[in-house]
Design a protein around this ligand. Structure first.
Ligand code: FMN
Length: 175
């Protein structure tokens, strides 16, 4: 079995709830990112929006084991203003040299997940292994559970599969 770590940031609780469900389904450990400066009240929401619009990397605390100890990390993050939530951006940038394969789960009102996945790919210089998205309503009513289980199984399976593309063999120069 491959070792997989779930890392989440959550402002209003949905991502934490989803990450806990994923961990309980798969038996994976969970780690959390939190804000160094709490985001309470209207000014907190304003900072969320500014972080998203300006691509800011706010200061964070990371409470979890070193990601490099794992075969894969699943990032579970909210969407803010159609973009990746700032604290997850801070985590990806801080840890990019020690992140193994990365899968991404976005939680949102209704749209913006593809932008977050694209940004994580850009920051890492490689595309995430797998990605999916849920609405906060699907997390609240539990209807995310089946697809989340399938997604977790797919991450595990992808990690256990040997690489299928062998560039040296397929390259025209190798013929
Ligand atoms: C400041 C802010 C901006 C948001 N922007 C979007 C958005 O652009 N698109 C969207 O679908 N949901 C948006 N949402 C909704 C959140 O992505 C959604 O509620 C998510 O479940 C929050 O995760 P959390 O509860 O773990 O913090 C926004 C929420 C906040 C607080």
């Amino acid at each position: 079995m491959s070792e997989v770590l779930v890392v989440t940031y959550s402002y209003t609780g949905h991502c934490r709830q989803l990450a806990q469900l994923l961990c309980s389904q798969q038996g994976w450990p969970m780690a959390e990112i939190s804000d160094s400066r709490p985001r309470s009240g209207l000014s907190g929401i304003a900072r969320c929006l500014l972080d998203a619009w300006l691509h800011r990397r706010p200061p964070i605390h990371y409470d979890g084991p070193p990601p490099a100890q794992f075969d894969a990390v699943v990032l579970v993050s909210p969407i803010w203003a159609y973009r990746l939530a700032g604290p997850m951006r801070s985590f990806v940038v801080r840890m990019r040299d020690e992140l193994p394969d990365v899968a991404v789960v976005s939680v949102m009102g209704n749209s913006g997940a593809p932008n977050a996945v694209a940004e994580i790919g850009q920051l890492l210089g490689r595309a995430p292994l797998l990605s999916t998205a849920f609405t906060s309503r699907e997390v609240q009513d539990g209807s995310c559970a089946g697809w989340l289980q399938a997604f977790g199984n797919a991450v595990q399976k992808a990690e256990e599969s040997p690489a299928v593309v062998r560039p040296a063999i397929w390259s025209p120069q190798a013929v």
